[in-house]
Ligand binder design. Structure first.
Ligand code: ASP
Length: 311
């Protein structure tokens, strides 16, 4: 056992432009992030696993209408909600992911079931839904996922070929993918990521979030990473794994590797966003190249913080 453990969470990069954020909205976001952070952290504090901690934290964010995951998922071009999620642990490199699922209250839980109760890593669409039913996941009606603001965001794009990142800074857009990374007292790291994707998406569009190595990755040799941002670029940059590779092969520290990827490599490709990462010693990095990123961290060394904008 080691002494240090820590947890970091995010609720999406981008965020409301500073001028459009009201004190009430800010308090609501911070409150939701705090509940998720405290819940995940208390698991680590009781010597629970990083896997349990990241799942618990992400579940809480999925249950909040404020973030683009679970309950708050954005509308697709067909007016439905298609969600993606992934979870991974760094000791044995076990992973589970789901994509294009509908009606599932907690996609992260389903991803974990794929990891633990199937021979597979990644299930999508109708097959993933069958698996969900077999494993007794409640399938909720679309009413549960309805949100007036999300509906209006979709109406603005409906019928067009445009799709929009929920947190694109160009418009009054906000919310985002959610994720958590943790290091437990056993020195095992884990990452979980969950999203509704992009408003007005079609053709079975899948982003980086459920793709192991792109939006989510964990390896005890290096770190655990959960990403948020323009998914197409994060896929092409294999972002989460790139952070791990820079640590493993170039011997960079966690913060050097995370900054190199977000502040240089992703930007060079034309993408924007951020990530949260933790190494097996419990150090945390949370770089982003957008106006802000909903985020929080809590460590056994006494640090505890929720932030939205740059500091
Ligand atoms: N990365 C996610 C996607 O492209 C979106 C987000 O981070 O909000 O699906």
């Amino acid at each position: 056992m080691q002494n240090n453990f820590s947890l970091a969470i995010h609720g999406g990069a981008g965020t409301l432009l500073k001028g459009q954020m009201t004190p009430e909205k800010e308090a609501a976001y911070k409150n939701a992030l705090q509940v998720a952070l405290d819940t995940g952290y208390s698991i680590l504090e009781q010597k629970g696993t990083s896997l349990d901690a990241v799942e618990a934290a992400v579940k809480i964010l999925e249950d909040s209408p404020l973030f683009n995951a679970g309950k708050g998922s954005v509308f697709t071009a067909e007016g439905t909600h298609e969600m993606d999620a992934a979870i991974m642990e760094g000791k044995e490199l076990k992973a589970g992911a789901v994509s294009l699922i509908t009606g599932i209250k907690n996609p992260v839980r389903l991803a974990r079931d794929v990891m633990e109760k199937s021979e597979h890593v990644f299930l999508a669409g109708t097959g993933a839904m069958e698996f969900a039913k077999e494993h007794h996941h409640d399938i909720l009606s679309s009413d549960y996922f309805y949100d007036e603001l999300r509906y209006q965001q979709w109406q603005a794009l409906k019928g067009s070929d445009s799709f929009q990142l929920d947190h694109s800074a160009k418009k009054d857009s906000k919310f985002g993918t959610v994720g958590a990374v943790a290091c437990d007292v056993f020195g095992t790291v884990a990452a979980a990521t969950s999203t509704g994707g992009m408003t007005n998406k079609k053709w079975g569009r899948v982003g980086d979030s459920p793709m192991i190595g792109s939006g989510n990755y964990a390896n005890n040799k290096t770190c655990a990473v959960s990403c948020t941002g323009s998914g197409e670029f994060f896929i092409r940059g294999v972002v989460a794994y790139d952070v791990s590779c820079l640590m493993e092969y170039k011997e960079m520290s966690l913060s050097e590797a995370a900054s190199e990827v977000i502040m240089h490599r992703v930007l060079k490709l034309g993408g924007d966003g951020g990530l949260i990462a933790v190494d097996a010693q419990g150090n945390i990095a949370m770089p982003f190249n957008t106006e802000g990123m909903y985020r929080g961290l809590k460590t056994s060394t006494g640090e505890s913080k929720i932030s939205i904008y740059k500091e």
